[in-house]
Design a protein around this ligand. Structure first.
Ligand SMILES: C[S@@+](CC[C@H](N)C(=O)[O-])C[C@H]1O[C@@H](n2cnc3c(N)ncnc32)[C@H](O)[C@@H]1O
Length: 244
């Protein structure tokens, strides 16, 4: 690592890296994710992100993974503008076809009309392919050797991960509906190594499904021993280390 990089505060480096990348993850949340990558560097396994959009959080995770070890697997159906439809109540959902199978997103927890029109529609107007935008952002930061997109869901990822796959950190920022978060957790938690961490975006804010899943799978689960709301948006918990 160059001396200049060592001397640059991590927050300043993250700010510079994600500058201009559309997304919702604030810098304090990205800082938390980055420090958890460093804090789990002694553990085996990769990092898994569910919900990547244009790569804002993937960039913060990827820069820390490049300093440590492993890969960041970014799971997202990467819907194009044409995959979205407006519901009767004005909110939005999407449906994408992935390898011949239809996947419906944001059904239970739809995307409200005003944020869709204010934040998603203008981004789609300048970049109709989220996947192309994601890849360009990862490439321009020199992170393509450590950040791997998976166009799909936690289910399709798990189906191809293989029996030896392990991860040391999971970040969930995909579909915030209760059934969707539940499914992400059922598919991915078996891969989390002892001592590994899981983070949830938008915890204890307005998404009942996220909060319910955190209670059921983490807070009420003796397999986890440290659990805290880290920033306004970000909840994190550590898997208990088994004492043999
Ligand atoms: C809030 S954005 C993610 C923002 C990103 N983490 C960032 O830092 O900018 C949510 C993303 O989740 C994706 N998504 C929706 N349903 C999903 C699912 N079932 N699995 C994975 N990703 C999903 C959407 O396509 C969208 O790109």
């Amino acid at each position: 690592m160059t001396p200049a990089r060592v001397e640059t505060p991590l927050v300043a480096e993250i700010e510079a890296l994600v500058d201009g990348v559309p997304g919702w993850s604030p810098i304090d949340e990205l800082f938390t994710l980055s420090t958890l990558v460093y804090a789990t560097a002694h553990l085996p396994g990769d990092v898994v992100e569910v919900g990547s959009w244009f790569g804002r959080s993937a960039i913060a995770l990827g820069a820390a993974v490049r300093d440590t070890h492993g890969l960041v697997h970014c799971i997202d159906p990467f819907p194009t503008r044409d995959d979205w439809r407006q519901n009767a109540d004005g909110s939005y959902s999407f449906e994408v076809e992935i390898e011949g199978q239809r996947h419906a997103g944001y059904q239970e927890q739809t995307v409200w009309g005003a944020p869709f029109e204010a934040h998603l529609a203008p981004v789609y107007a300048s970049q109709p392919s989220v996947l192309d935008g994601f890849l360009a952002n990862i490439r321009s930061r020199g992170l393509e050797s450590v950040v791997r997109p998976h166009r799909g869901t936690a289910g399709t990822f798990a189906a191809q991960a293989g029996p030896d796959f392990r991860c040391r950190l999971i970040f969930l920022d995909g579909d915030h509906g209760g059934a969707a978060v539940d499914d992400d957790l059922r598919r991915l938690l078996p891969y989390l190594v002892d001592g590994g961490w899981i983070c949830f975006d938008d915890a204890f804010s307005v998404y009942e499904g996220v909060d319910r899943a955190i209670h059921a799978h983490i807070i009420d689960n003796p397999a986890f021993d440290v659990a805290r709301q880290m920033t306004r948006k970000c909840f994190a918990a550590r898997k208990r280390e088994r004492v043999s």
